[in-house]
Design a protein around this ligand. Sequence first.
Ligand code: SF4
Length: 68
Amino acid sequence: MKDEFDEAELELQEGEVKQFYVTLANDTTEMQSYCTDVDKNTPKGKDEFEMIDSGLCAYCEFKELCGK
Ligand code: SF4
């Protein structure tokens, strides 16, 4: 027998769906701007990305590829 559960209802305010759509569209456009080929998800060259010292490099899974 499975545990009982209550189904949560999503409460949206007017305009939140439109704002979510705008945020999603903007974020998608920004992510795609880092690709040379969006359909193949091919990223731009490494030298086209700004290198920053954020303190996160020590924990980064991509450090080996990055070379930082
Ligand atoms: S090591 Fe990771 S976090 Fe640091 S610059 Fe490279 S990709 Fe970015």
